[in-house]
Write a protein that binds this ligand. Structure first.
Ligand SMILES: NC(=O)c1ccc[n+]([C@@H]2O[C@H](COP(=O)([O-])OP(=O)(O)OC[C@H]3O[C@@H](n4cnc5c(N)ncnc54)[C@H](OP(=O)(O)O)[C@@H]3O)[C@@H](O)[C@H]2O)c1
Length: 265
């Protein structure tokens, strides 16, 4: 798929992965509609992007008004929607409050579903594409990330069903799963945990390159990392083996999660 000259909507544009993606997509000649809640960060990003024709929309994708604002900004041509915005609250379930749990589902699963529904007409007209940015934890339920994992499982399941539902249209539906990435989403206790568990952490630039590779292929799913792909496959076939491996990591996960919770209270 060639994205040069295409009009693409990118949510979460000012975050770690979003910023790297915005630069990569703009460098390939795409015209971007950049979304996040913070006008100042959006203006800053816009000022640094290569290419021309980019616009910004400051909107909360978790609200009806925010999504309406985004839809209005896409009234001309829309060739692709990259649902990249996401949030996580790392912690053991009993330490998370109700609004944190609701928000993870609202932003990680419901908002992408609603945005796609609302933008399906222009995407169909342009034979465009959708990329939903999930996570490795959307294939492996991970302790300390119960609600985040569940929201990303929901996003992956939705993507699979929608791809099948739109199989007789020209709209492509893609799913992309990064693993741990060096962004502000991960608080210090997660950074330390990943080091302790020996989990590889990617740079946002590497993640942007991988997403570009998926776009060039133009279909299917792409997950970053050989061991992560292997464990996802193992988890699907023999979940009890992964239960055993994660049980060994549980003391470290619990210790880091509780330390993070204590620091914030
Ligand atoms: N970092 C990782 O380790 C990792 C691993 C796997 C998957 N991922 C996934 O990759 C994606 C990008 O993550 P990231 O690491 O780049 O996160 P990040 O640096 O925390 O950036 C999140 C972005 O989403 C925007 N956002 C959050 N809530 C929003 C809302 N209600 N309305 C509109 N925009 C909102 C933020 O901007 P404002 O706050 O200014 O609105 C920001 O631009 C997410 O879907 C995440 O789940 C990340």
């Amino acid at each position: 798929m060639n994205i040069s000259g295409k009009s693409l909507l990118l949510t979460g544009a000012t975050g770690g992965i979003g910023t790297a993606l915005a630069h990569r997509l703009a460098g390939e000649g795409a015209r971007l509609i950049l979304v996040s809640r913070n006008q100042y960060s959006l203006d800053n990003l816009l000022a640094r992007l290569p290419g021309e024709g980019h616009t910004v929309v400051s909107a909360d994708i978790g609200t009806f008004e925010g999504r309406q604002k985004i839809v209005s900004a896409c009234q001309g041509q829309l060739d692709g929607l990259i649902n990249n915005a996401g949030i996580n609250s790392f912690g053991m379930l009993e330490t998370l409050d109700e609004s944190q749990l609701h928000q993870m589902f609202e932003i990680n699963a419901m908002a992408p579903i609603l945005l796609i529904r609302d933008l399906l007409y222009p995407l169909t007209k342009s034979a465009g594409f959708v990329v939903n940015v999930g996570s490795g934890f959307g294939s492996i339920g991970f302790p300390g990330y119960c609600a985040y994992s569940a929201s990303k499982f929901a996003l992956r399941g939705f993507t699979e069903a929608l791809r099948r539902e739109l199989a007789d249209t020209a709209v492509s539906v893609l799913y992309f799963a990064p693993r741990a990435t060096d962004t502000a989403m991960n608080p210090p206790e997660v950074v330390e945990l990943n080091k302790e568990l020996g989990n590889t952490t990617d740079s946002p630039k590497r993640v942007a390159d991988e997403l570009l590779a998926l776009l060039k292929k133009g279909k299917g799913n792409r997950a970053i990392g050989l061991p992560e792909r292997f464990f996802a496959r193992l988890n699907a076939l023999f979940p009890s083996l992964v239960d055993g491996a994660l049980a060994k990591q549980l003391p470290a996960i619990r210790r880091r999660a509780l330390a993070g919770t204590e620091q914030r209270t």
